[in-house]
Design a protein around this ligand. Structure first.
Ligand code: SF4
Length: 398
């Protein structure tokens, strides 16, 4: 199994409990980005295009633990930026594991060998290695040669040391289904515990805007890949119904609150992919975000999104509602032939708003304000003989 049985049982029990409690919106996975700084500059990444004042910001250990306490999701994905650049990362991970959270530490693996002794294997902990395909695909994706080789060496090392390891594979336009299938075979042969896969989201700040997939192309690509995987034992960390959605067999609407994101800015609205504002608390994020403004069909920036951060939680909810359907897809795999589910109409989506510059200016101002020296209030030293004041108002004895 890509996910340990106990994890599946505990997460399943959490989901059922939320339904029994009648909660309309609840988080499934907390996405935690304690820094934006990275040691790579991938062409499809929209996360690192900030001024250095922002890239130098870090969430403290306490802020990370507080984010977990506020959110309460059973699973936490720690990402970034590159989380292994955060000097307190081992302490953050230890704190989350002590609370029995299932933690995925998402890394490009360049620092893994150097830092591996700071971490211990646990059924609650998994390295999640960024790997966007075979050597050529991945090195192109991260815009640097040699990264694939180092990631593979890191996977082998982590497996030798007894860690759980999954890979995080984002696919872009032009991906060849045969090569992707061969790559999945290869990582399975390495003993990787699970594959998390998704199409890239069209980040407006990503340097390469030419290779993001449309929804139609995404569905066809995954159908072609899954067809080649029939009879193979590929293990995915995602739910079978999400994979069925990727293959064009489900008409799902986005559930952006299912994977809420906490960054150095606060709680990002509305989701992991889109930063259109920030809430100070998780409660404020849930209660005050205009959720109906987002999702495919509602907003131009969501038009081509089929990423797990929006749709995995929808698939999990569907699994509760249609357990027999889940069982069928889990046993047979995603459907790869026949008509696809109808696409959501984009006729009434609202046009994109571009808020990046305003948000960066606001954040820079906040950072400046935090740095301003605080002038202490003027205190008048009173004498106990001061007859105009009661005795308990005297702040300093003469
Ligand atoms: S569809 Fe959902 S997950 Fe995707 S960008 Fe829009 S709000 Fe975010």
């Amino acid at each position: 199994m890509a996910v340990p049985l106990m994890q599946a049982v505990r997460v399943g029990a959490y989901v059922v409990k939320q339904h029994l409690l009648g909660r309309k919106r609840y988080p499934l996975v907390l996405m935690l980005e304690p820094l934006f700084r990275c040691n790579l500059a991938c062409s499809g990444c929209g996360k690192i295009d900030y001024p250095s004042e922002i890239l130098n910001q870090r969430m403290s250990v306490q802020e990370c633990l507080d984010a977990d306490a506020e959110c309460g999701a059973p699973v936490i994905a720690v990402a970034g930026g590159e989380p292994l650049l955060h000097k307190d990362m081992p302490e953050i991970i230890r704190g989350l594991l002590a609370r029995k959270k299932y933690v995925y530490l998402c890394t490009n693996a360049l620092l893994l060998e150097k830092k591996i002794d700071d971490y211990e294997p646990s059924p609650f902990f998994s390295w999640d290695i960024h790997l966007d395909g075979d050597q050529q695909m991945h090195d192109v994706s991260v815009s640097q040669e040699g990264v694939y080789t180092r990631a593979i060496a890191a996977i082998k090392l982590a497996k030798e040391r007894g860690f759980r390891v999954s890979i995080n594979c984002t696919l872009f336009d032009g991906a060849d289904p045969k090569r992707v299938a061969a790559f999945y075979d290869e990582v399975m042969a390495l003993g990787v515990d699970g594959i998390m896969t998704a199409p890239g989201y069209a980040y407006e700040r990503a340097p390469d805007q030419e290779h993001f997939l449309s929804r139609q192309k995404t569905k066809q690509l995954f159908r072609d890949i899954f067809r080649l995987g029939k009879g193979k034992k590929w293990r995915f960390t995602q739910s079978p119904l999400f994979l069925n959605f990727l293959a064009g067999n489900e008409q799902y609407h986005c559930t952006p609150w299912g994977k809420p994101l906490r960054t150095v800015f606060g709680w990002q609205r509305p989701c992991y992919l889109l930063g259109e504002g920030y809430a100070r608390t998780f409660k404020e994020l849930l209660n005050d975000t205009h959720w109906d403004d987002y999702g495919t069909g509602n907003y131009e920036k969501c038009a081509n999104c089929m990423v797990h951060s929006g749709y995995e939680s929808t698939a999990v909810k569907d699994a509760i509602a249609r357990p027999l359907h889940l069982l069928k897809v889990a046993l047979m795999g995603p459907e790869t032939e026949g008509p696809m589910a109808p696409e959501i109409s984009l006729a009434h989506q609202r046009p994109a708003e571009y808020t990046y510059t305003k948000q960066v200016e606001e954040r820079l101002q906040e950072i400046k304000d935090r740095k301003k020296p605080v002038t202490p209030p003027k205190v008048r030293i009173l004498s106990s003989n001061d007859s105009k004041l009661p005795q308990d108002s005297v702040t300093a004895a003469d």
